[in-house]
Design a protein around this ligand. Sequence first.
Ligand SMILES: Nc1ncnc2c1ncn2[C@@H]1O[C@H](COP(=O)(O)OP(=O)(O)OP(=O)(O)O)[C@@H](O)[C@H]1O
Ligand SMILES: [Mg+2]
Length: 213
Amino acid sequence: MFRFQNVTYKDIINIKSLTIPSKKIVCITGESGGGKTTLLKLLNKMISPDSGEIFYLDEPLEELDAISLRRKVIMLPQNPAIYNGTVKDNLLIGLKFSEKAMESDDKLFISLQSARLNKKLDDSVDNLSGGEKQRLALARVLLLNPDVFLLDEPSASLDEETEKIIIENLVAQCKQNAKSIIMVTHSNKIATTYSDLIIRIDKGKVVNEEAMI
Ligand SMILES: Nc1ncnc2c1ncn2[C@@H]1O[C@H](COP(=O)(O)OP(=O)(O)OP(=O)(O)O)[C@@H](O)[C@H]1O
Ligand SMILES: [Mg+2]
């Protein structure tokens, strides 16, 4: 689905060759500062390589319109923005930014359930904990229904039990709907339990690729 050819970005990324398959759960692991977030940003054209080429479904990213790409390839950042207002405001803003049609309250509520966030749509976001904010941001991304989810440590501020429930549900939904997940995780357990492929990044290079059977 994504293919890298001699890609460099500043002195942060230097990937000669990498293929990321579609409709799979792919985990990116590696030490802090190794370039994992930068790699995800390259995939939805938030940044562009200084040299080399990245292909998405055999088309060079540089020839694809960034806005239309970002409707299909959506990133949940490591520190997602939460806006003042209600839970509902925060769900709808994702649809608005992506220029997608608004959804019914029922649909919004289902996205909260998928992210295991037990809040009402008209609750204020003021008092949400860090982990609840992260789940709200996940619900916002789920609602956008992308083909490819780029998830940057989506469960970093969750306890192990909640993390397990959410990732399990996410993986099941993706398998069912033939979606792709590319997820950065510090958790070896998550990577080995759920992924089809683990890509390890160190100092901007791919140091290991392990297909899980
Ligand atoms: N725009 C930028 N300009 C210069 N350096 C940058 C830029 N973005 C990131 N870096 C640096 O590039 C390196 C890789 O950053 P990146 O955020 O991709 O790491 P990471 O693997 O996601 O780390 P973590 O696990 O801590 O999130 C870091 O040393 C970071 O300081
Ligand atoms: Mg990071």
